[in-house]
Design a protein around this ligand. Sequence first.
Ligand SMILES: [Zn+2]
Length: 178
Amino acid sequence: MENNIIPQEFLNEEGEPMGACLMCGEKFREDSVYTVTKVYKNYPRLDSCQLLFEHAVCLDCVEKTKGSLSEASKQALEEYQQANVTVTPEALERWSECCLFSGIRLADEEEYAYYGIFGGGQIMEGTFPFAVGQTAMEEMYALLSASTKEFLDNFIDKHFSGPPEWKELMKDSPVVLF
Ligand SMILES: [Zn+2]
């Protein structure tokens, strides 16, 4: 299927739009609203990067997930994001090159993730795709309450199907929180 509207960064490994929600399994329709997360690890010596994890989550499940986080964690994340995000035209233009929060080039990070929200087969109106580098992920993870960290660990245990050593990499990053 030809697809020119969803940026290629958010298509699956086969180059198709993501098909179903990771959490509830519901298949996406034309008008479904869902988030896509892609997590990469850099291998600077090989000058390459590896996709560790890609998933899509429907809006209902995103809301449920957010509802499972502690109030303290939610507030800490909100404050961190408000303090660190500077949305400039350049930042939006170069969203796939630098972390939205730290401004660090993704090529200089060990891991990074892309996030986007989609609706009606395109980027959701009023939103923009962004990237988060490992530095900012670790800073955010450090702000979370113990119960939220446990929730995230369980989430990865339940949904991550890659190699065990990758699973450990995923566990210190709040990759499901956006
Ligand atoms: Zn769902």
